[in-house]
Design a binder for this molecule. Structure first.
Ligand code: AHG
Ligand code: MN
Ligand code: MN
Ligand code: MN
Length: 314
């Protein structure tokens, strides 16, 4: 079974099929990056204030072209576009909200990057649809472009998450379903260069993990700097990824609608958890499509321990 067939039961076959086609094209571009002029900056600054990379633009264009050809897709919201891109698809049922290329700082050094997609059912115009809380998502998925290209999909109506591997014919073939993540893990994953500017409770939390005070386990540290890659390791091995508030990003760096929400749905479907510190990510109501959030996501044991410490700290 491929990703399109798997999603068909939820009425999402065409939408996820288009994302699978786009991801296969992005995977090929990444694999042959050194042979085409796809490394480096595109020359523009996006709405995030980031220097857009050529692969950000390529991935965004491919995602928009593929989803723009699907009658069920009403519109898209992208990290790379200030405003939603609305298609002329009367009666379309879904909006795709995505980060077309996650981990852009890793493109030129041949380290795993990804694509992250949240799918909401149309409710009002494209912006109103996208601003629905994460609990309303009908599906969420990510693709990690690494030694192999893997797609991980969570459907709102199913427990567990499904894994697909891109084969040499360009198909994402099902390799596992109903997958759950370990209760507790061996790793914590964060950019410790920011530790001095975190709220103190986050430093205390990491110290308890390092000292083995959470369930007697001494943790290792792993940080790739691509959210998708750090999350993928976390869902497979267990543990916690955290991007706390910093002085530079007091509301957090990661984006709620197309980074935190989809990964939070996937984590919860795998019996994990995701909070912004105090609150379950999926219950946060966004005010604008590019808003940022702190993100602590991973095994239930670690995430709940952090949430308790933050609530206790007041
Ligand atoms: P994007 O490339 O889509 O803008 O996302 C980058 C994000 C995320 O992938 C990663 O976890 C984080 O930026 C890394 O941030 P730092 O370099 O500040 O650690
Ligand atoms: Mn970016
Ligand atoms: Mn990203
Ligand atoms: Mn991105």
């Amino acid at each position: 079974m491929n990703a399109k067939e798997f999603a068909a039961a939820a009425g999402l076959g065409e939408v996820i099929g288009a994302i699978a086609e786009a991801s296969a094209e992005i995977a090929t571009k990444i694999r042959l990056a050194g042979l085409s002029d796809i490394y480096g900056a595109a020359g523009a600054v996006n709405v995030q204030g980031e220097a857009q990379q050529k692969l950000d633009v390529f991935a965004n264009d491919v995602m928009i072209a593929k989803l723009g050809a699907v009658a069920e897709c009403a519109a898209i919201v992208s990290e790379e576009d200030d405003e939603p891109v609305v298609f002329d698809h009367p009666g379309a049922k879904f909006v795709a909200i995505f980060d077309p290329l996650d981990g852009s700082s890793n493109i030129d050094v041949n380290v795993n990057v990804g694509t992250i997609v949240s799918i909401q059912a149309v409710k009002g115009d494209a912006t109103a649809t996208a601003l629905q809380p994460g609990t309303a998502q009908v599906a969420a998925l990510y693709v990690v472009y690494g030694p192999s290209t893997v797609m991980v999909v969570a459907l709102a109506e199913k427990e567990g998450v499904a894994f697909f591997t891109l084969d040499d014919k360009g198909e994402f073939v099902l390799t596992a379903e109903g997958v759950k993540m370990p209760e507790q893990g061996p790793y914590y994953s964060t950019n410790e260069a920011n530790a001095a500017s975190w709220p103190a409770v986050y430093r205390e939390y990491v110290a308890t993990l390092v000292k083995g005070e959470l369930g007697g386990k001494a943790y290792g540290a792993r940080y790739i700097g691509s959210l998708v890659a750090d999350f993928h390791r976390t869902i497979l091995k267990g543990g916690v990824f955290l991007y706390p508030p910093t002085e530079k990003a007091p509301k957090g760096k990661l984006r709620l609608l197309y980074e935190a929400n989809p990964l939070a749905l996937i984590a919860e479907k795998a019996d994990g958890a995701a909070v912004n510190g105090r609150t379950r990510i999926l219950e946060v109501v966004a005010e604008q499509v590019h808003e940022r959030t702190p993100l602590i996501v991973g095994s239930k044991r670690e995430v709940e321990a952090l949430q308790q410490m933050v609530l206790k700290a007041g």
